[in-house]
Design a protein around this ligand. Structure first.
Ligand SMILES: Nc1ncnc2c1ncn2[C@@H]1O[C@H](COP(=O)(O)OP(=O)(O)OP(=O)(O)O)[C@@H](O)[C@H]1O
Length: 324
């Protein structure tokens, strides 16, 4: 006859380490299932597996499951720039992939509502997120970085011409999605320093921000404005990244500096903030990124700069956690 130990043995087959408080009362089994870290699909699957396995047991007529999950403390990291086109999205994608390689559970919000690029960069264009109730379920991809972007909601090629409040609401939907076991959420911010950026920061308080700039003076002036915006919102600036620095001629290998050199590092120093690293201007970075193969995901040398920056970022995040 089925007793508690038979039930527990059966549970160990399908839900090892996740069940507790098992009771049997007149053919009716009740138990608590810890579904922490599982996404909606996996939760559904484990529930079906548990019910199916227990109902096979002699005399078991009904199974009641109470699911519990520990609340995951999710931290947002904003990647911002004062101006568009400086490589903020490219950096966000590659940082996410490099952080994952360091064992972090990372997700991506493409907050660039008007010009979303993460679906292309993470090679998951054309997919639509499913929803659970009112919550969106992030789109999976081959790089293991669940992502949500307006690019997944709008029709391909459709211009997104919303006013601020609507754009802000759309962004809320992306951030308040069903992020499952994601612990660190990279937010690829829209360029500039407008209302959408401000309300996102007020509502969600990212733990810190990474500022991207190219080395030329004009971009740096915009970067200073972005730093100012984060400081006004009391979001710590983790540091500055210089992108498109030093161009290696693919023919002769000579390094030239079309946008100047070292400007972002000097600016970071002046503003008393950390310099997180430099990413060279490299045709292969552009080709690979635009082709949905982020350099940080491959063995080529182009990914190294992103891995180095990710290490510094992760150290900052660990120190922040330890100090909290
Ligand atoms: N280090 C680099 N070397 C070569 N090309 C790069 C580099 N970084 C970014 N790019 C290219 O520059 C273009 C702009 O980059 P990206 O879209 O990442 O910038 P952005 O700041 O997010 O722009 P926007 O604000 O318009 O979304 C892309 O085609 C990208 O592939």
């Amino acid at each position: 006859m089925t007793d508690i130990s038979t039930i527990e043995a059966a549970l160990a087959e399908v839900a090892d380490g996740r069940f507790s408080a098992v009771k049997l009362d007149d053919g009716r089994v009740s138990l608590v299932l810890n579904v922490s870290g599982l996404d909606v699909r996996d939760r559904g699957q484990i529930e079906i597996a548990v019910k199916g396995r227990l109902l096979e047991l002699d005399g078991v007529t009904k199974v009641d499951i109470v699911m519990t999950a520990e609340k995951i403390e999710r931290r947002l990291i904003a990647v911002g720039s004062g101006k568009g086109g400086v490589g903020k999205s490219t950096l966000s994608t590659n940082l996410a992939i490099a952080m994952r390689a360091l064992g972090r559970k990372v997700g991506m919000v493409d907050a660039d509502i008007y010009g979303p690029s993460q679906p292309r960069l993470l090679n998951c264009e054309g997919q639509r997120p499913e929803a659970e109730g009112k919550q969106l379920i992030p789109v999976p991809n081959e790089y293991g970085i669940p992502v949500l972007s307006m690019g997944h909601l709008a029709k391909p090629g459709q211009a997104i011409a919303w006013r601020g409040p609507m754009a802000g609401k759309a962004l809320e939907q992306l951030i308040n999605a069903h992020w499952g076991d994601v612990e660190e959420l990279i937010v690829d911010m829209p360029p500039g320093t407008g209302d959408v950026q401000l309300s996102m920061m007020q509502n969600h308080k990212p733990v810190g921000a990474v500022i991207v700039s190219t080395p030329q003076d004009l971009a740096l002036m915009d970067a200073v404005r972005a730093v100012d915006l984060f400081e006004q919102a009391k979001i710590p600036v983790i540091g500055m990244v210089e992108n498109m620095a030093g161009y290696a001629c693919p023919h002769c290998g000579e390094i030239s500096d079309p946008f100047g050199a070292g400007g972002a590092e000097a600016a970071a120093k002046t503003m008393n903030m950390a310099f997180l690293g430099r990413v060279p201007l490299d045709m292969d970075i552009r080709k690979a990124s635009d082709g949905g193969v982020p350099p940080a995901a491959t063995d080529g040398g182009q990914g190294q700069a992103f891995h180095d920056i990710a290490k510094r970022l992760v150290t900052w995040l660990d120190n922040q956690k330890a100090a909290a």
